[in-house]
Design a protein around this ligand. Structure first.
Ligand code: C2E
Ligand code: MG
Ligand code: MG
Length: 723
C-alpha cells in the first residue's frame, strides 16, 4: 500500500542547491528512474536511468504520462497531481503496470512534492522502481500461503502447532524436558479436522489447549523419541486404546524449532489416523498367511513359525513336523462333489486341533488334501508317532457331510528337528519323503529314515559312485533257486544284484535301483546284469548244469524299445537259447505306460524269452489287462507269503492268487518261503514253485552251483538207494 509523509522543507536556496548537487552525484549509482516534473506534470529533468528509458532530449516539456506511454492519459493523472501539489503531501509506493517491450512490468512510484522557499509546491519528484520480480515473488508467496491454508483446511490429516512457552531448555535431561513440554506447550494453530477431534466447532475454539490435554493421536507418548531424534519425528506410529478395548492407530510427523540458545520454541506436526489402513494391511497379511477354505495357517506362515521355533529352540527337546496327506480324497470329490470335499476339509482342522491336546504347536494346510502339524516340543520320534496315530484315528472317524457318512484315511510322515534336520526346508522335505513312504507301504505313519530317502545325501553320494561301480567291478550277482514244489527240481535261479561298496560294504538293490531308475544309469546297469546272468547261465550249461536264469527288469527298461535288441544281441553273443532266460517285471512297472509296455513285452516274448510278473498282489493291475499279457508266470509277493501261516487274510490272498493264475493258465511262484510249514501249505494250495530262504538264501554263483551239484548228488544217491 502507498504510504504518505510530509517532506522536509528547504530553508534556503543553498540547501536546495546542495540537495540537487547530492542528487546529481548519486544519479549514476541509483537504479531507480527519477524524473523532476513541473506542477502541471511536464518533464523538467531526469536521471540517467530515466534518460535511458525515454530520451530526455525528446521528452523534456512533454507531459509525463504521454512521454512514458502510461495507460492512464495526462487528464487522468492530473487530479492526483493536483492533490499532491495542493496538500504538499507525497504519495509513496503507488503501483503502476506499464508495458515495456510488449511485456507488462510492475513499477512502484513515489510522488514527492518539492517546495519553494515560501512553502509553495514548485514541482514533483517521481522516483520509479521496477519491482516486477519482487512482485512476482510476493505473489508466489501469497499463493503458496493460500494453498497451504486451503490444504490444511481440507486435509484429513490433523495439522497442529504448539508453542512452548516459556521455551524449554533442550540441555536438560530428556525426562524433565518431556514433563515441561507437556505442561507448557499450548496449541496456537490447527486445522478444522484437529479441532473436531476434540469436539471443538472450529480451530479458534481449541486454541490455547495444553498438549497434556490434547492426547488423541498420542504425540505425548512419542515425546522421548522426538527429543532423541533431534526434535523431529517422521511417520511414527502410535496406538491408543479405545473404550471397548480396540486400538486406534495414528501416524505422526513433527518438527520442533529450537532457537540459537538451545530452547525449544514451537512444535509443528501432523497426525494421520491410519486405523483403517492398518486393519486393511492386517487383513491382507491374514489372507497371505492363511488358507481361505479352512482358515488354517498356510505354508508361508508354517514356514515362518518353524523358522522362529528353530531360532528359539533351547536344545532340550525335539521338534516334529508331521505331514498328513489324505488317502483317496479325490474319490470324495468325484463322487460327492467339490462342495462336499470342501466341507470335509473344513471339518478336519478342528479334529486335528483336538488331538494336539496340550502339546504346543501349529496346524497348517499345505494345499489340496495335505496338512501339516508342527509340534514344537516332543520327547522324540515315539511321542510324535503317538500323536500321529491319534490323528490318524481321528481322521478315520466318519464325517457327516450333507447327511452322508463318509470315511477317509490318511498317511502321515514325520521328521524330527534337530535330530534329523536343522533347517525348515530340509525338515519339510524329510517329512514329505516319510509321508510318501507311509502312503506307498500303506502303513499309516512313517518316521523319516535317511536310508529310505531317494535324495538323502548318502543316496546322492551313492548315485555319483554307481557309474564307477559298473566300471570297477564292484557289482556282482547272487543267485537264488526256484524249486518246483513236489518234484523238488530246480527250475532255475533268480539273479539278484549286489553292490560291494569299497567302504559301505554290501549295498541292497532296494537302496540303489530306485536311484539308478531316476537317472540314466539304469540302462548300462541292466545291460551289465543281463550280460553277467546270460554268461553265467551259459557257463553252467557248458558244465552240464541246466538251470535257467531270471533277471529283474526295471520299469524304466520296459519303456526302452532298445532293450529288445540288446537282449537278442546278448543271447546271440553268448549263444544261449532264449528259453533259458526269464525276465521278471513288476506289476507297477507295467502299469506306468501299459500300451508301450505291452509292445516291449510282446517283442521279448517273440524272442522266446519267458516272462513273469513279479511282486504280484502289491500293484493294481486289472485282470482284463493281465489276460492280454504274454506272460507265463505270476510271482506272489513275499509279503503275503512270509506271514500266511499267522495271517488268515494273507493265506486267503495267496490261495486266491494261485487259483487265479491257474485259471488264467499261468504258473505260480511263491516268494518268501522261510520254513517247511509254509512250503507244505503252498503244496496243499497246489502252488507250482517256491523260492525263499528256507530253500536257499541268495548266493554267489559258485556257491549256488555247489548247492545244486550237492543236491543232485544227494538225489542220485537217494535214487540208487531206492534201486
Ligand atoms: P524281487 O525281484 O522280488 O526279489 C526277491 C527279493 O526277496 C530279494 O531281495 C530276495 O533276497 C528276497 N528274498 C528271497 N527269499 C526270501 C525270503 O525267504 N524271505 C524274505 N523276506 N525275502 C526273501 P533283494 O535281493 O534285496 O532284491 C530286492 C529287489 O531288488 C528285488 O525284488 C528286485 O525287484 C530288485 N532287484 C534285484 N536285482 C535287480 C536287478 O538286477 N535289476 C533290477 N531292475 N532290479 C533288481
Ligand atoms: Mg524278482
Ligand atoms: Mg518279488
Amino acid at each position: 500500500m502507498p504510504t504518505t509523509q510530509k517532506l522536509v522543507r528547504f530553508t534556503s536556496d543553498t540547501d536546495k542547491a546542495l540537495y540537487e548537487k547530492a542528487l546529481r552525484s548519486v544519479d549514476l549509482a541509483v537504479r531507480s528512474y527519477v524524473w523532476y516534473l513541473d506542477p502541471e506534470g511536464h518533464i523538467k529533468h531526469g536521471n540517467q536511468q530515466a534518460d535511458s528509458l525515454a530520451s530526455l532530449e525528446r521528452t523534456r516539456g512533454m507531459h509525463f504520462a504521454e512521454a512514458i506511454g502510461l495507460p492512464a492519459s495526462a487528464e487522468q493523472w492530473q487530479p492526483e497531481l493536483q492533490k499532491i501539489i495542493k496538500s504538499g503531501i507525497g504519495v509513496f509506493g503507488a503501483r503502476e503496470t506499464v508495458m515495456v517491450g510488449g511485456q507488462p512490468r510492475q513499477f512502484s512510484v513515489d510522488k514527492i512534492p518539492t517546495l519553494d522557499r515560501w512553502g509553495g509546491v514548485n514541482g514533483l519528484l517521481l522516483v520509479v522502481n521496477d519491482i516486477t520480480e519482487e512482485a512476482a515473488r510476493e505473489n508466489a508467496l501469497l499463493e503458496s500461503e493460500a494453498r497451504y491454508k486451503a490444504f490444511i483446511a481440507t486435509t484429513t490429516d490433523a495439522v497442529w502447532c504448539y508453542e512452548v512457552s516459556p521455551p524449554v531448555d533442550t540441555r536438560q535431561p530428556p525426562d524433565e524436558q518431556v514433563a515441561q513440554i507437556a505442561e507448557r506447550a499450548r496449541l496456537v494453530e490447527c486445522n478444522q479436522y484437529y479441532a473436531e477431534l476434540y469436539g471443538a466447532e472450529n480451530p479458534d475454539a481449541l486454541l490455547g489447549a495444553k498438549m497434556a490435554s490434547t492426547t488423541i493421536s498420542n504425540f505425548l507418548g512419542k515425546l522421548r523419541l522426538f527429543i532423541a531424534a533431534g526434535y523431529q519425528l517422521a511417520d511414527k506410529e502410535t496406538a491408543r486404546e479405545l473404550e471397548h478395548g480396540d486400538l486406534e492407530y495414528w501416524q505422526i510427523t513433527a518438527m520442533g524449532t529450537v532457537d540459537d540458545e538451545g530452547f525449544l520454541q514451537r512444535i509443528w506436526g501432523t497426525s494421520k489416523n491410519i486405523t483403517d489402513r492398518r486393519r486393511f494391511l492386517e487383513k491382507l497379511h491374514y489372507q497371505a498367511t492363511h488358507d481361505a477354505l479352512t482358515e488354517l495357517p498356510n505354508r508361508t506362515l508354517l514356514h515362518q513359525q518353524i523358522q522362529q521355533a528353530i531360532e528359539e529352540h533351547n536344545g532340550n527337546s525335539q521338534m516334529a513336523l508331521l505331514i498328513v496327506d489324505l488317502d483317496r480324497f479325490k474319490e470324495i470329490n468325484d463322487t460327492l462333489g467339490h462342495h462336499a470335499g470342501d466341507r470335509l476339509l473344513r471339518q478336519l482342522g478342528p479334529r486335528l486341533a483336538d488331538e494336539m491336546q496340550n502339546l504346543p504347536g501349529i496346524i497348517a494346510r499345505l494345499g489340496g488334501d495335505e496338512f501339516a502339524i508342527f509340534l514344537s516340543s516332543v520327547s522324540g520320534a515315539e511321542q510324535a508317532s503317538e500323536v500321529a496315530q491319534r490323528i490318524l484315528a481321528a481322521i478315520r472317524q466318519p464325517f457327516v457331510i450333507e447327511g452322508f457318512h463318509t470315511e477317509i484315511s490318511a498317511s502321515i510322515g514325520i521328521a524330527l528337528c534337530p535330530d534329523q534336520a536343522t533347517d525348515v526346508s530340509t525338515l519339510m522335505r524329510y517329512a514329505d519323503v516319510a509321508m510318501y513312504r507311509a502312503k506307498r507301504d500303506m502303513v499309516g505313519v512313517s518316521v523319516y529314515q535317511a536310508e529310505q530317502d531317494p535324495h538323502s545325501p548318502k543316496r546322492l553320494a551313492l548315485m555319483g559312485e554307481l557309474g564307477k561301480a559298473i566300471r570297477e567291478n564292484q557289482l556282482l550277482l547272487h543267485y537264488q533257486p526256484k524249486v518246483v514244489i513236489g518234484s523238488n527240481e530246480v527250475q532255475g535261479f533268480e539273479a539278484l544284484l549286489r553292490w560291494m561298496h569299497p567302504t559301505m560294504g554290501l549295498v541292497s538293490p532296494d537302496d540303489f535301483i530306485p536311484i539308478a531308475e531316476s537317472t540314466g544309469i539304469i540302462r548300462p546297469l541292466t545291460v551289465w546284469v543281463l550280460n553277467e546272468a546270460i554268461a553265467q547261465c551259459k557257463a553252467w550249461m557248458d558244465r552240464g548244469m541246466e538251470a535257467a536264469v531270471a533277471v529283474n527288469l526295471s520299469s524304466r527298461s520296459l519303456l526302452d524299445q532298445e532293450i529288445v535288441t540288446t537282449i537278442a544281441e546278448l543271447l546271440a553273443a553268448h549263444r544261449l537259447p532264449a528259453s533259458m532266460l526269464e525276465l521278471e517285471i513288476t506289476e507297477s512297472a507295467m502299469m506306468a505306460d501299459p500300451p508301450r509296455a505291452l509292445l516291449v513285452l510282446q517283442a521279448i516274448h517273440e524272442l522266446g524269452v519267458r516272462l513273469s510278473i513279479d511282486d504280484f498282489g502289491t500293484g493294481y493291475s486289472s485282470l482284463s489287462y493281465l489276460k492280454k499279457l504274454p506272460v507265463q508266470t505270476l510271482k506272489i509277493d513275499y509279503s503275503f507269503v512270509v506271514a500266511m501261516l499267522e495271517d488268515e487274510q494273507d493265506r486267503i490272498i495267496v490261495n486266491s492268487i494261485v487259483n487265479l493264475a491257474h485259471n488264467l493258465g499261468l504258473q505260480v511262484v511263491a516268494e518268501g518261503v522261510e520254513n517247511a510249514r509254509t512250503l507244505a501249505a503252498l503244496q496243499d494250495m497246489h502252488c507250482d514253485i517256491a523260492q525263499g530262504y528256507y530253500l536257499l538264501h541268495p548266493q554267489v554263483a559258485s556257491d549256488a552251483e555247489r548247492w545244486l551239484r550237492r543236491r543232485e548228488e544227494e538225489k542220485e544217491l537217494a535214487l540208487s538207494f531206492e534201486i
